[in-house]
Design a protein around this ligand. Sequence first.
Ligand SMILES: [Zn+2]
Length: 282
Amino acid sequence: MPELPEVEVIRRELLAQLPGRTIEHIACSRHRLRTAIPRQPLQEHILGRSIRTIDRRAKYLLIRLSDGASLVIHLGMSGKLTLVDRRTPRHKHDHLVLSLDDARDLRLNDSRRFGSVVVWPAAHAETAERVFSAGEGVEPFGAEFNEDYLLRIASNRKIPVKALLMHAKLIAGIGNIYANEILFATRIHPLTPACQLKRRDWQKIVTEARRILQQAIDTGGSTIADFLGTSGHPGYFQLQFKVYGRKDAPCTHCRQPIMRTTLAGRATYFCPLCQSTDNCHH
Ligand SMILES: [Zn+2]
């Protein structure tokens, strides 16, 4: 499942390609994604417009059009966007095809159909965006993501710190892989109740979250599961994970074998020595 860095990498690729292009034709499959594809609004509010810019909020791509409307895409579990020559044969799971004025298609392929496509018509785009944005957690690179905020949201929550980091309504874009890596970098055990962490721990989490996410963006996202870039090539540089997927491999810091457990159904990796539960009580 793409996390913040993967979506950000896709945004940057699209930003280098799409602005100025006009959408000349739109085709949708018969299937519904996580929600139904808004066929009629696509034809009414997106068709014929030119693309102004591409932004990201949480794990959503906001394709902003010249007249103020936006097309909002979430890649779900398996969604990928490809930008291909219009003559390229379509695939079975291409659920949305935007044909551009340069003879290329922007295609949304989603085999598991957990993705979503939403249209914000120009007349309601600002309101729609405000409501949408209020429902998403703070951006890890935004000023609101700081130790005061984290202390506050953790104060009445006994959930493990890893679950808090992955709580999309509180913090945007941190999924399972990066939650594991951030906690290893801060030497905090993933099962530590969030309310037990001190200001100093949250400061470290803020610093390490930004460092790790930035590193992942810089290296072009990580190659995981079905994730492909907009070019359709799975050729991204693989980020060197320190704990994720490394059960029984030696810890890069102390050589102790990395352990794996399951938390809320998600694989959770940690070093039993570096992330001892004693480490968080200073
Ligand atoms: Zn270790």
